[in-house]
Ligand binder design. Structure first.
Ligand code: AMP
Ligand code: ZN
Length: 473
């Protein structure tokens, strides 16, 4: 089946046709800046990219998928202005910059795994590719796209006539509409830094030697360099959130095509933002909700994933706890149905098999048409309600589509079954004793009972309001 995807560059839905002779689809996704937790808005973008990854595979393509980790160089504004995010976090948490980076990278992968997001085939850290970036900038300089001004190296956007092609703005518009405070070292307002040696960050801890002096790379150069290193000169898909269109991705195109001398990436895909009802969620301002916040409130990560799928990736999605509650209820119904169908023993029939095939085709046709998840979910509910289909075929259908949707049905059912196994009275008595100890703020006793329970094979997890969850180790 053909897979059609919306391309921001051409503003149209196009058929995916791998550009390399080996027919392997090469996809690059901008990864997290690891100076703080990824918020649920960031995670919406990674859910979209995971759905894309799985749909590409479902459509029969081989895929090579790379993602970077920004552990150096991203300032609080996309346009080379503001403070160094990593440095601010390190100062605040009294850790080294690299300790901060590794801490939040680990948490990022814990959160994405909890959301059933598969790890990209290649994960590459900016700090481990600085030599490659220096070589890249050197070639841009040789090709006449870079200049040195007051110690920093800049990209000269006037030399790249296509600058602005992705956002549909020409350089003149960018000049007038520029929200960026003027850097007087730049020749043009849309120029950007490839390599910093002189900047306001005298205390920048991570620094490297370079032909232009000791310093560190600008943010944009890491993506062009690492995408090319791991995926070659012809990229099929490049993804990120919509906020990257106007600056970061324009800059990536200018760098990569200035380097290569030919077109770099065919299809640019962007996920719309998750909006908060009242305010903008911002990682740099720290006013955000993480996946842990949701789990602490008793939601499953899959409740949030389900909420994401109810809206098309190109539509903005408003987050509220009412919306999440609705998604959680729907998910609970889905899991109950899945359980019921899994216990049935009603075989199949010719008609039921026919319906199974028809629904599967319908489901795939929506997913292969620019990832229409809301319509695909509607097909799933039609299957659940269909009176002519056998329960066994419904179970088979749900297992089939969950490979793509990643709603963790089998996993959560197994967990639920494990939780429902009876807990011996002796264990329950210890749990109660521990609860009492916690009420008395006797933490030593509480820890002692927790260890005793663990030695008997039971794990207690503390929930709000002195409630606990007991699981079998
Ligand atoms: P960052 O770690 O800030 O570089 O962002 C990681 C990814 O999340 C990028 O692809 C951003 O475009 C995306 N992103 C940032 N804020 C939001 C949001 N509110 N909703 C959806 N995606 C977002
Ligand atoms: Zn990027």
């Amino acid at each position: 089946m053909t897979l059609k995807l919306y391309n921001t560059l051409t503003r149209s839905v196009e058929e995916l046709k791998p550009s390399n002779p080996d027919h392997v689809v090469r996809m690059y996704c901008c990864g997290p800046t690891v100076y703080n937790y990824a918020h649920i808005g960031n995670l919406r973008t990674y859910v979209f990219e995971d759905i894309l990854r799985k749909t590409i595979k479902r459509a029969g393509f081989a895929l090579k998928h790379a993602m970077n980790i920004t552990d150096v160089g991203h300032l609080t504004s996309d346009a080379d202005e503001g403070d160094d995010k990593m440095l601010l976090a390190a100062e605040k948490e009294k850790l080294s910059v690299l300790e901060i980076a590794r801490k939040y990278e680990d948490t990022f992968f814990k959160h994405t795994a909890a959301l059933n997001i598969e790890r990209p085939d290649i994960v590459c850290r900016a700090t481990e590719h600085v030599e490659d970036m220096i070589k890249f900038i050197k070639k841009l300089e040789d090709n006449g796209y870079a200049y040195v001004s007051n110690g920093n190296v800049y990209y000269d956007t006037a030399k790249f006539p296509r600058y602005g092609c992705l956002s549909g703005q020409n350089r003149e518009d960018l000049k007038h509409g520029s929200r960026v405070e003027q850097d007087t070292n730049k020749r043009n307002p849309s120029d950007f830094v490839l390599w910093f040696t002189i900047s306001k960050f005298k205390d920048q801890i991570l620094q490297w030697d370079s032909p232009w002096g000791r310093g560190y790379p600008g943010w944009h150069i890491e993506c062009s360099t690492m995408a090319m290193k791991y995926l070659g000169e012809h990229l099929d898909i490049h993804c990120g959130g919509v906020d990257h269109i106007a600056v970061h991705h324009e800059n990536e195109i200018a760098q990569s095509e200035g380097y290569l001398g030919h077109k770099w990436c065919n299809c640019w895909m962007h996920g719309e933002f998750l909006q908060m009802k009242d305010q903008k969620m911002s990682k740099s301002k720290g006013n955000f909700i993480t996946l842990d916040t949701l789990v602490e409130k008793g939601y499953l990560p899959e409740h949030y994933r389900y909420l994401c799928l109810t809206s098309h990736y190109r539509s903005s999605l408003v987050f509220s706890y009412d919306n999440l509650d609705a998604a959680a209820n729907t998910y609970r119904n889905l899991l109950n149905k899945y359980k019921e169908f899994g216990q049935a023993n009603d075989g199949s029939s010719e008609r039921s098999e026919e319906l199974y095939t028809k629904y599967l085709e319908e489901f795939d046709s929506y997913m292969f048409d620019d990832l229409k998840t809301p319509q695909a979910l509607a097909v799933m509910w039609a299957v659940i309600k269909d009176k002519e289909m056998s329960a066994q075929d419904k179970f088979k259908f749900l297992n089939n589509i969950d490979v793509l949707l990643g709603l963790g049905l089998a996993k959560n059912l197994a967990l639920e079954n494990a939780q429902n196994t009876e807990i011996p009275a002796e264990i329950m008595a210890l749990v109660e004793e521990r609860k009492q100890a916690r009420l008395n703020k006797d933490w030593a006793k509480s820890d002692e009972i927790r260890d005793l329970l663990a030695s008997k094979g039971f794990i207690v997890k503390d929930l709000p309001k002195n409630e606990v969850e007991i699981s079998i180790a």
